[in-house]
Design a binder for this molecule. Structure first.
Ligand SMILES: Cc1cc2nc3c(=O)[nH]c(=O)nc-3n(C[C@H](O)[C@H](O)[C@H](O)COP(=O)(O)OP(=O)(O)OC[C@H]3O[C@@H](n4cnc5c(N)ncnc54)[C@H](O)[C@@H]3O)c2cc1C
Length: 465
């Protein structure tokens, strides 16, 4: 069989017949849900991907049922898009050319919990894994701010880093994900085990080169993190503090799990904080109880004030949000709840990170851009990157803003494209492409998302709908 090409016809009824006895849905409401994710944060994606949905949604109960789905899609040459929690921001779960949406969330068993390591089925909710790990005195090393609603497989296939990355690095850093079992899209499907550096083949590949079945991830001893808010009179001062605290955490002098800098024009969007923070810029941080005094002293030394500290449960009891949900793309979510006129960008800064450059950008962009920076560790180094809110007018405005950041030496991780390479990588990941040739030789998985496949294998322009 030749590889699937966008808009090739297929017989969805034949697949439905092959899946008799499985939980198959074809009603309009279920298909609309199965074709959606959080790409609507981007007005560009919302328009481009409007109305794209699968022809059929299936939710396998067992790995044997999953294998039947994979084999049926191959036999009938039907596109397949895997779906976890459906929280991706780039339309990763949106089937561009219809076909089957595979909901993996019933494959969510905890296979084994050992000191330092969990082996689970990929459809497990991250929060549920954290609860299971807590029963053994452990926790995950990191999670996305969507911890309560996202799956571990979806985080690995679609995510990058998150809460805990300040302490443990990004997903791609060695030791965070140590083993993947991938089911190929062949008839019959094969199981391929990826370990060590091979994991990068399927990490952040948007589910385009095999179905993640089983995942091994790092666990660390559980900490009852103190969720803290510190206020600063100026945003560049806040960033200088972030650099100092982050450096102390890399040196092992402070034990910090998360630090998210959010400027004063954004914090009023947070439910629970409106009217409670004065006109200052905020650092949301999760701090080890043993580091709390040292952290507060550093805040004070930088001219800030520590105003809130407590466990997550204590903050929630006071009607305050947890620091997890003030971070990463929760900022955009909180803003969009009351202001549909905003969107966002993702910006990496040249090293060394310069608060002065951010101050110059704030002066240049004025009311168009509100700043938010995450402090993280990548490859052992402290990094700070921005997820600024943008008051949106139109796509040319977004492109102009991106160009202006790039002129400062920044790199844009474009959240307004559904094409994997056009987001962050800007180049072909040869290992991912080579693995796709093995794991999805017919190009059925999430077609239209991988520019390299479209251009190199199909000989068509990538990214075209
Ligand atoms: C409010 C908000 C905050 C966010 N914060 C963060 C953050 O802190 N860090 C971060 O990295 N991201 C973040 N994201 C993006 C996203 O939520 C995370 O990446 C999340 O972990 C995705 O998990 P999911 O289960 O929802 O995946 P889905 O959206 O269901 O899937 C994501 C991609 O993975 C593929 N996929 C899912 N499961 C499998 C599988 N088993 N096998 C193969 N492919 C699979 C899908 O096909 C899709 O391409 C955020 C998004 C929102 C809306």
């Amino acid at each position: 069989m030749t590889p699937y090409r966008p808009h090739d016809p297929f017989d969805i009824d034949a697949v439905a017949s092959a899946l008799a006895g499985l939980d198959v849905r074809r009603d309009a409401a279920e298909l609309a849900r199965a074709g959606s994710d959080y790409h609507w944060y981007s007005p560009v994606l919302a328009q481009a991907l409007q109305g794209r949905r699968p022809h059929l949604m299936v939710r396998p109960r067992t790995e044997a049922e999953l294998e039947r789905v994979a084999a049926a899609c191959v036999r009938h040459r039907v596109p397949l898009t895997v779906r976890g929690g459906g929280t991706g921001n780039y339309g990763q779960c949106v089937p561009l050319f219809g076909g089957v949406s595979l909901d993996i969330t019933w494959l969510d068993a905890v296979v084994a919990l050992q000191p330092g390591r969990a082996r689970v089925q990929a459809g497990i909710l991250i929060h549920r894994l954290n609860e299971a790990a807590a029963a053994t005195g452990q926790q995950l090393a990191m999670w996305p701010s969507t911890e309560r609603i996202a799956t571990l497989g979806g985080f690995i296939a679609g995510g990058h880093s998150g809460i805990g990355s300040l302490r443990h690095g990004i997903l791609a850093d060695a030791g965070n994900v140590t083993r993947l079992v991938v089911l190929t899209l062949e008839d019959p499907p094969r199981r391929v085990v990826l370990e060590g550096a091979e994991i990068q083949c399927a990490h952040h590949a948007y589910g385009s080169n095999g179905i993640l079945l089983e995942v091994d991830v790092a666990l660390v001893p559980r900490v009852e993190w103190q969720h803290t808010i510190a206020l600063f009179p100026r945003y560049d001062t806040l960033l200088h503090f972030g650099l100092a605290a982050g450096a102390a955490s890399v040196r092992g002098e402070l034990d910090l799990f998360q630090m998210s800098a959010v400027e004063r024009r954004i914090t009023p969007y947070y439910q629970g904080l409106r009217g409670r923070l004065e006109d200052e810029d905020a650092m949301f941080a999760q701090v080890h109880p043993a580091s709390l005094a040292g952290y507060a002293a550093l805040v004070q030394a930088h001219g800030g004030r520590a105003v809130v500290a407590g466990t997550e449960a204590e903050l929630l009891a006071q009607g305050l949000p947890s620091c997890t949900e003030c971070a990463y793309n929760h900022t955009t979510l909180e803003a969009l709840k009351s202001d549909r006129g905003v969107t966002y960008l993702q910006v990496a800064y040249p090293a060394p990170f310069s608060p002065g450059l951010v101050a110059a950008q704030m002066a240049r962009f004025g009311d168009e851009v509100f700043m938010h920076h995450e402090f993280s560790r990548a490859g052992g180094e402290l990094v700070a990157f921005a997820l600024p809110l943008v008051q949106y007018f139109d796509e040319p405005q977004l492109r102009a803003l991106m160009a202006s950041f790039e002129a400062d030496g920044c790199a844009i991780y474009d959240p307004h494209t559904w094409v994997l390479e056009d987001g962050g990588m800007k180049q072909v990941d040869e290992a991912q492409l080579a693995f796709k040739r093995q794991a999805d030789p017919l190009g059925l998985m999430n077609p239209g998302k991988l520019r390299a496949w479209d251009e190199r294998v199909l000989g068509i322009p990538g990214g075209g709908l």
